[in-house]
Design a protein around this ligand. Structure first.
Ligand code: FAD
Length: 457
């Protein structure tokens, strides 16, 4: 095992954040704004400043970099940025970002609520840079352990792996914002020619100059359609075969009434609703987010397919009501077997690459928590129990708060892993931390072992 470094041995943070994607960047900003108000004496109830540290495994900020296709746009209004719904006057808003880049007036003339994903990534990076004193990049959290005093957990030790070795950091509360994991169908292994769409831009440059002749893209969601359009545009000599079990791409429902499922109030409704109503709501409104495609992109692809039919140069093929049933990689090709669900007929496609745009899933939120997970409560279906304030329900002997950003779809609804509610959610988590009392168990816990004393603030 690597050498264990002491970390900041005497300090017990109020909060350690695991992951520094948009959710925890928003958390860091909420803390920064709260602490500034405390310093200015603006907090009406004389609340305390919060000490926090975030750990991110990537070497620098990155939001789904592998899918930053240059013409792809956001699926959420820019007003649902990291702060605006919580604090419309925040200096961390997308509008302040635009102002700082000298593009505010140009953006307004554009009359568009949905910026390019590349631009929103730049906004996220700009925001993350403004709070980078709170984060350690290149630091992967690999474990959490309880430190018990007088029969109760006093604080948590968080083990972090960096280029230097392992470090141990301490906190009274955690916020997990570790995001989603790419999903491949069972039995499919990634390889040089078998990709998940999350790796698209990291891998595609290597094909430049190789004159690829065929791509197969599996899936019928937004990422699948974006991959089809991108590969078709980028490699004008290649055929692109889209394979999916649906009859055709289905449009995302972003109409006004349906969009209310992403509202802050919808979290209250969903959280309160009985299980059967929760399931019904997901059935009704899953098509606002899952396995659906922006109607403009659907129309573009259809127009392109039809134009090619007319011109007799068909490079876009849609193998609908079909399933990819086998994939075999050889050093210079990959062979995909596609089976029609209508006739059972098999089509063999020799391709340069098969891209699986088969979605993402939540990692088990308790996976990182080691024996702390044993003190977290689960519901009848074995899912982690989460309170309205996003805190995992725990045994009484675990007073530390473990908050989830993501992995709460079963309790808080469809916005769990999305950006729509991020600004509000981090405000609620911060409020919960403050309401529960940062120092609740013992003041001494804020410094440990060596008796140097003094608060970290
Ligand atoms: C291509 C794509 C486009 C999307 N577009 C939209 C959109 O337009 N609108 C929308 O609402 N949602 C969108 N989403 C959904 C997406 O989940 C959110 O946009 C957003 O990424 C959620 O932020 P997050 O911080 O919770 O998770 P992530 O962005 O996934 O960030 C999690 C971070 O945690 C880090 N991490 C994980 N484990 C550890 C560990 N053990 N130690 C340290 N660090 C760790 C990861 O490296 C990562 O940086 C999109 C998703 C994808 C894949």
């Amino acid at each position: 095992m690597s050498q264990v470094l002491p970390g900041d041995a005497t300090l017990v943070h109020d909060l350690i954040g695991i992951g520094f994607g948009p959710s925890n960047v928003a958390m860091a900003i909420a803390i920064r704004e709260h602490n500034a108000q405390v310093a200015d004496g603006q907090e009406a109830d004389a609340q305390e400043a919060v000490t926090a540290r975030f750990f991110e495994q990537q070497p620098r900020f990155g939001w789904h970099r592998g899918m930053l296709i240059d013409d792809a746009t956001m699926q959420v209004s820019f007003l649902k940025d990291l702060v605006t719904l919580r604090n419309p006057a925040s200096e961390f808003s997308f509008l302040c970002y635009l102002q700082s880049k000298g593009r505010l007036i140009d953006f307004i003339n554009h009359k568009n609520l949905f910026p390019l994903r590349v631009e929103f990534h730049d906004y996220f990076e700009w925001s993350a840079a403004k709070v980078d004193d709170l984060v350690s990049y290149g630091h992967e959290v690999v474990g959490v352990a309880p430190v018990v005093r007088d029969g109760a957990v006093d604080h948590l030790e968080v083990t972090v792996r960096s280029g230097e070795g392992l470090e141990v950091h301490r906190a009274r509360n955690l916020v997990l914002g570790t995001g989603l994991r790419p999903l491949l169908p069972e039995g499919v292994e990634r390889g040089d020619r078998v990709w998940h769409n999350s790796e698209l831009l990291a891998k595609v440059d290597a094909l430049e100059g190789t004159s690829p002749s065929r791509f197969v893209v599996v899936g019928a969601g937004q990422s699948a359609a974006e991959n089809v359009a991108y590969l078709h545009r980028r490699f004008p000599g290649a055929e692109v075969c889209a394979v999916f079990t649906r009859y055709g791409y289905s449009p995302a429902d972003d109409s006004g009434f349906a969009n209310r499922i992403f509202d802050p109030a919808a979290v209250d409704d969903y959280f309160t609703a009985p299980g059967s109503v929760k399931r019904r709501l997901m059935d009704y409104h899953g098509n606002t987010n899952y396995s659906v495609v922006d109607i403009d992109l659907i129309d573009d692809l259809y127009r392109q397919m039809y134009r090619e039919k007319v011109l007799g140069t068909e490079r876009l093929r849609f193998l609908n009501v079909s399933r990819l049933t086998d994939v075999k990689e050889t050093p210079d090709r990959v062979r995909a077997t596609v089976t029609s669900l209508v006739t059972g007929e098999e089509t063999l496609l020799d391709a340069d690459v098969v891209v699986f745009a088969t979605g993402y899933g939540s990692a088990d939120p308790l996976g990182l928590l080691g024996e702390v997970a044993d003190r977290c409560l689960r519901d009848d279906e074995g899912r982690v129990r989460v309170e309205r304030d996003y805190r995992i329900a725990t045994e009484p002997g675990l007073p530390c708060g473990i908050y989830l950003q993501g992995g709460t779809e079963h309790t808080h609804g469809i916005t769990s892993s999305l950006l729509s509610n991020t600004a509000i959610r981090v405000g609620e988590i911060l409020e919960s931390l403050l309401d529960r009392g940062l120092k609740s168990a013992s003041d001494e816990a804020r410094t440990v072992a060596d008796g140097t004393g003094g608060s970290a603030r």
